[in-house]
Design a binder for this molecule. Structure first.
Ligand SMILES: [Zn+2]
Length: 87
């Protein structure tokens, strides 16, 4: 027989798993939009999902995984261009 605190801990663990299982990956398109895994585009004024305090996708309700690889590539490309431009 489980005690109440044990049951409570188990429920909390299940809730955590439920919340973590469904994810929606958001990719930065290198300009100003984020492409969601569920096929939507979202424009952020300040940076990205995490910067704007977005934990869950407003379209599918899954927790957002921000993929910054596009962003890094873009930033690196821009920096290289500036260097080549003689700055
Ligand atoms: Zn989504």
């Amino acid at each position: 027989m489980e005690t109440y605190p044990e049951m409570n801990a188990r429920i909390k663990e299940l809730e955590r798993q439920l919340l973590c299982e469904e994810t929606c990956t958001w990719k930065y398109d290198g300009r100003d939009c984020w492409e969601t895994e569920c096929d939507h585009l979202f424009h952020f004024i300040a940076g990205g999902p995490k910067e704007d305090g977005f934990d869950f996708c407003p379209y599918c309700g899954s927790s957002i995984v921000a993929s910054t690889s596009y962003y890094s590539d873009y930033a690196w490309g821009a920096m290289t261009k500036i260097r080549q431009g003689g700055m």
